[in-house]
Design a protein around this ligand. Sequence first.
Ligand SMILES: Cc1cc2nc3c(=O)[nH]c(=O)nc-3n(C[C@H](O)[C@H](O)[C@H](O)COP(=O)(O)OP(=O)(O)OC[C@H]3O[C@@H](n4cnc5c(N)ncnc54)[C@H](O)[C@@H]3O)c2cc1C
Length: 381
Amino acid sequence: MIQQILPAYQKIYAQHFQYAQELSAVDLTQADKEGLFNKAAWNKAGKNVFHGLPVSKKFGGKDFSALETCCAFEALGKGSKDNGLNFAIGAHLLASVLPVYVHGNKAQQKEFLPSLVNGNKIAANAITEKNSGSDVFNMDGFAEKKGKEYIINCNKLYITNAPIADLFLVYVMTDKKKGFFGGVSAFLVPAKTKGISISKSKDKMGLRTAQMGFGNFTNVKVNASQLLGEEGAGASIFNESMVWERTVLSAMLIGQLERVFDNAVLFCKQKTISGKKLIALTNIAHTLAEVQTIIHAGKNLVYDAALSIDKNTRDRVVKSAMAKSFVSENGVESVKKLQLLYGGAGYLTETEIEREYRDMFASLIYSGTTAIQKNIIAGNL
Ligand SMILES: Cc1cc2nc3c(=O)[nH]c(=O)nc-3n(C[C@H](O)[C@H](O)[C@H](O)COP(=O)(O)OP(=O)(O)OC[C@H]3O[C@@H](n4cnc5c(N)ncnc54)[C@H](O)[C@@H]3O)c2cc1C
């Protein structure tokens, strides 16, 4: 499968790998400790168009297919060890910029895309609420229509990029009777709009260099022109963005896992125990073989899902759920196994693999937990 797409894959991968390597210049151990977002690296990623890969060249993007976007994100995950920054770029692009590109009208595209694509502006998508994470049908947030305006009231949680965002893509009910499908609408709301209050960045287990906040929207007045797509189109806009996000972020996770794996192989080839290289021990060699197999299988699932997005086939929803659940579950297990190969050193912050584990762990939750991916897969049996 990968072989069929190899020539295009190699060129895009090599170029974006080089760009990605330029992004982790800071002392990451310290940045991770303090939860610091690297704005300079964000801007640099903008110069190399990571923030707008699938967007038309007309708006500064690269017109990449899902497959090409996955190549670039696999390279990002492998080349840049700032997983928090990589995730912030992915959340911005896949859950906010892409919906504006695909569903925005001409005026919205012209107003928002150029500065989002070059990274001068940062976007965040806000859907999760206290009683509505996996259970999106249970959303309380509401926008009441008054003439040509809507009044938004909601409390949104875990919003990636919120503390640094210029623009929110907010999902709220506009018709409770219709429920999630037909009853939820998406609004483009500039962060400076009156009535929005965003928390400080939350302290968290991993991806600490990505900023995450909670948002309170009280009587936030927006014009009907700020609706993204039709009223009631929120569910389909969100679901489509998740198909992209699950696929492309899984490509990024495969890149991260491959980087951790390569370092572990080097370590096992150098380190000796009782005069023997670590890699000469069968259990160690088998662990490395298992992880290499996971990487290969994960790549095939990811690129197969990406192809189904590009072909717009129905199975893209199931394939992206398969790729996401496989890569995140096996990714976390694999990093744990690799960490153990380092013995006590693996437990030290300076070895950096404990950060890789904490960062990878988040993938079990964002874009829908594994239980939700399994519900999607099983729901299509
Ligand atoms: C790093 C990170 C970044 C995020 N970024 C964003 C963002 O940018 N914007 C945003 O809006 N949200 C974001 N989220 C929120 C994320 O999408 C939710 O946390 C996630 O969907 C789970 O929802 P929840 O936290 O409400 O947990 P719950 O839905 O309450 O789930 C709790 C447990 O119940 C299980 N469960 C729930 N429903 C079912 C079911 N039907 N069948 C079986 N098991 C079930 C879950 O698997 C989980 O184990 C982010 C989260 C993280 C960790």
